[in-house]
Design a binder for this molecule. Structure first.
Ligand code: ADP
Ligand code: MG
Length: 713
């Protein structure tokens, strides 16, 4: 034993690390055992062969079969990471990219950011030695702006393709072009044709392909391997889109899952969720519970309610541990969901639809599915996009229940009557059919795709949606009269990883001398729910919020919150240099003021990242100080598309859409009704609610957005 001890000392330089080292070997062994028992493990050789034979391959396999974590490692072992080349894996969701990268780094026994890394908007954990790179699909689209032929990659795996996010769809079209261009460059059969002046000719009238060929020229690029991975059994759409590409199915494992439905429709699904959690906890055997909710706000309120009610569980019986998982969860909290609950606890995971297929959490035996999901909708007539809560599709419901049968027989509690199931859509409508396209169009234009309607979309968005989005971009000054990307504004807007309307607001703010304020605003508007108000403390929460309220509106109120939090942080830093203590005092401050600490921290991260972009672009970050008029004028100039005017009956009418809208009760302007306002968000429940509102002078619209208001009747 003493020898062991000495060796440890050498390895760790610390005698107390003895256990740690044992743990390390136990863990390593356990990981190896887990890996070899995954359904994908026996087909490693076959998959590698298929990848070598086919430039495009579709892999279909049930969630949890090991596609996301194992395939990149297979490819690495098969030599696809040689010569400095990178294996890229795209995910629709940030959390999936981060947690899977962490897991794979652990499986490989390497430090995150070295051989295995991830890159998501506002966070890059990669280095020049990264060979397996997880990222969001949106991020790869941005990378293509700087490196159109994606020359660093030998393979790109588009994961979770069945989700059909708008970024996935656009990426597939783009990758098809890149693959085509790269194979033409490598083959050199179809050399590039030049005119008499030596200028490259656009023979196929495909400006993007031409740009790509130019960027490939002179580089020795291997062909780009594409792998499309999907959890849905229907590989046909992808195969057809890629000219009859080969599909491989991985035989999954699934234990039976008991399906339970309610007798009647539930009037309050959150209440029903709560009751079901405790019913399972008190009446069913061991096993963790996975609950599908629609978003951060809902998850956090259910979390509080469960914790509160759990205090009434009698001493001595099993306790409950709640773990949330949603997209904007701070990254050090994301991995908690994978840790087994300590003994004496049952884990209750409160998740968005991220846990449907993107991340597989071990240990789940019970699934609670209220049958709802938050989805984007877009009205091309009004040009307004909003988030609404809608029933899931059948495919989603099946995926959710499947989570209960991964490691043994399980149970799924659907909180709706069985008759409702038959009424669900078979599968979800691809997002590209129900979102504002201005972001996508801006990206495509920046990539050299000028003819948007001619782009080879997997599923074409409606003409109306394209036209409306082009019009919006034009009004924002991103496009010229002939719908080309404008210089420099359009180019600058495309460089910022933000919604075009926010990018424009930052560019304008530098002219209005209020970029400091606008940066905070955009960061705060990029996160969900800064304020929270628990049911039992509504009055206290309201009083706390009053301290930050600005009579001008919600934007300045958010700025007040942000600045107060920074002040609190700095005060604590001055008094005590330890990071931990500083974080703790901020967390206390948040609690006292009913501010959501997670969201605030996320906003701070976003703020510093956008600030970096902004400074690189050379924009002047100045503050308007007490001259808030200047800031409000800038808001009017930026968000003129979202202006609303008060009606005699007290409601508002949005200029652009003529829709009747109401101020959301959470707005500081809920009671003090001004004549003219701008807003940032439309929330559709039983009313058309608008949120994040500031009062403006209607004359400013005419003055600052004549391109829109001077031509209206
Ligand atoms: P698929 O992509 O086919 O859905 P994955 O590769 O994501 O499957 O998951 C394979 C296995 O790895 C699953 O059993 C899952 O529980 C496990 N796993 C994935 N991520 C983690 C993690 N961060 N911690 C522990 N286990 C994980
Ligand atoms: Mg996966």
């Amino acid at each position: 034993e003493s020898r062991n001890f000495n060796q440890n000392q050498k390895f760790n330089g610390n005698t107390t690390k003895n256990d740690v080292r044992d743990d390390y070997f136990v863990r390593k062994q356990r990981i190896a055992q887990q890996r070899s028992s995954l359904p994908i493990a026996p087909v490693e050789k076959r998959i590698l062969e298929e990848v070598r034979k086919n430039d495009t391959l579709i892999i279909v396999g049930e969630t949890g079969s090991g596609k996301t974590t194992q395939l990149p490692q297979f490819l690495f072992n098969g030599g696809f990471g040689r010569d400095g080349k990178v294996i890229g894996i795209t995910q629709p969701r940030r959390v999936a990219a981060v947690t899977v990268a962490k897991r794979v780094a652990e499986e490989c026994g390497v430090e995150l950011g070295q051989k295995v890394g991830y890159s998501i908007r506002f966070e890059d954990v990669t280095s020049s030695s990264t060979r397996i790179k997880y990222m969001t699909d949106g991020l790869l689209l941005r990378e293509a702006l700087l490196d159109p032929s994606l020359s660093r990659y030998s393979v790109i795996i588009v994961d979770e393709a069945h989700e059909r996010t708008v970024h996935t769809d656009v990426l597939l079209g783009l990758l098809k072009n890149v693959q085509n261009a790269r194979s033409r460059c490598t083959n050199q059969q179809i050399g590039l044709e030049k005119d008499n002046n030596g200028v490259l000719l656009d023979k196929e009238n495909n400006s993007q392909c031409l740009g790509l060929l130019k960027s490939c020229q002179g580089k020795k690029l291997p062909p780009l391997k594409l792998i499309i991975m999907s959890a849905s059994l229907d590989a046909r759409v992808f195969s057809e889109y890629f000219g009859g590409a080969r599909a491989v199915h991985i035989q999954g494992r699934q234990y039976p899952v008991d399906m339970l439905f309610t007798h009647h429709a539930e009037p309050d699904y959150l209440d029903a969720t709560l009751i079901t959690i405790f019913q399972i906890h008190l009446e069913e055997g061991p096993g963790d519970i996975l609950v599908f909710l629609t978003g951060q706000e809902e998850i956090e309120s259910v979390e509080r309610l469960v914790q509160e009610r759990a205090q009434q569980i009698p001493e001595g019986s099993q306790k409950i541990l709640t773990v949330p998982i949603f997209s904007s969860l701070p990254s050090e909290q994301q991995m908690q969901v994978f840790r087994p609950a300590p003994s004496g606890f049952r884990k209750v995971i409160l998740a968005t639809n991220i846990a449907e297929t993107s991340v597989t959490i071990p240990g789940i035996k019970y699934v609670i599915d209220p049958g709802l999901v938050k989805a984007r909708t877009y009205n091309p007539l009004t040009g307004m996009e909003s988030l609404i809560i809608v029933p899931t599709s059948k495919a989603q419901a099946l995926q959710r229940s499947g989570r209960a049968g991964r490691e043994g027989p399980g149970k799924c509690f659907r909180l709706y009557p069985e008759s409702e199931f038959g009424k669900l859509l078979d599968s979800t409508v691809p997002e590209i059919k129900r979102c504002n396209l201005s972001n996508v169009i801006l990206q495509l234009k920046a990539l050299g795709v000028d003819d948007i309607t001619g782009f080879d979309f997997m599923e074409k968005p409606s003409r109306m949606a394209i036209v409306k989005s082009l019009e919006q971009l034009f009004l924002l000054g991103a496009l010229t009269d002939d719908y080309k990307l404008s210089k420099p504004v359009g180019q600058q807007m495309a460089r910022l990883p933000l919604d075009p309307i926010y990018s424009k607001s930052l560019i304008l703010a530098s002219e209005f001398n209020c970029l400091e304020e606008m940066l905070i605003t955009v960061a705060m508007l990029s996160v969900e729910s800064i304020f929270y108000a628990p049911r039992e403390k509504l009055e206290e929460a309201r009083a706390a919020r009053k301290c930050f309220s600005s009579p001008e509106g919600d934007h300045l109120t958010l700025i007040n919150v942000y600045r107060a939090s920074v002040e609190c942080l700095e005060k604590s830093k001055r008094a005590n240099s330890k990071d931990r203590t500083t974080e703790r005092s901020l967390s206390k401050w948040c609690k006292e003021n009913f501010i959501n600490n997670r969201s605030l921290r996320h906003a701070r991260d976003i703020h510093s990242q956008i600030r970096r972009h902004i400074e690189q672009m050379g924009l002047l970050v100045a503050s308007c100080g007490d001259d808030t008029l200047q800031f409000r004028r800038c808001l009017a100039a930026s968000f003129f598309l979202n202006a609303a005017l008060k009606q005699p009956d007290g409601t508002y009418r949005a200029f652009a859409s003529s829709q009747v809208v109401q101020i959301h009760p959470s707005s500081v302007l809920f009671r003090t009704k001004s004549d003219c306002i701008i807003f940032n968000e439309l929330v559709r429940t039983n009313h058309n609610y608008i949120r994040n509102i500031t009062r403006i002078d209607p004359l400013w619209l005419l003055e600052l957005a004549p391109q829109y208001y001077a031509t209206q009747n």
